[in-house]
Design a protein around this ligand. Sequence first.
Ligand SMILES: [Zn+2]
Length: 173
Amino acid sequence: MAEKKERKETMGVQGIWNVGAYRYKAPPLMEEYTQGLKEKKIIGSWCRGCAKVIVPPRNICGRCHRRMDERIVVSQRGTITSYIISTPMQKGKYKVLGMDPVDMGVVSENEIIIPAFVRFDGSDSNVQLLMIDTDPDTLYVGMRVKAVWAEERQGALSDLVGVTPLSKDEIST
Ligand SMILES: [Zn+2]
């Protein structure tokens, strides 16, 4: 093992990687969607051919292949069409994009995350979002939910934090 003797420690390079200096170049459609989110609007594209509404907006209808130039703002309320309940998140157990979400502070130790598919009222497609403040035991497909917004919105996908169940009072209104 001659190599190990030659180099006692791994090589290091001094410098700062300023991740914040990079701006994610979203394609125009996603830009349109995220600018809508900034104003608490969920934008979809409406098809003249088959009248389907797709969120986030698309250029071409996947159903009838027409151009989708029309835009529509859909409801902030929707219905859960499917969901997954994670096992409790533990440090050193999972890697997301090569990083440990517990270590990064994205989730706390033993936190359960619930990604769900949501069909917002007035749309015909599903958006994958996290359930916020939701007791996993109360969840069901068909549950009515509403959008949860970031306090300070920046025109990013993260402006729409997730969805949370409607209260009984909200369901009846
Ligand atoms: Zn269509």
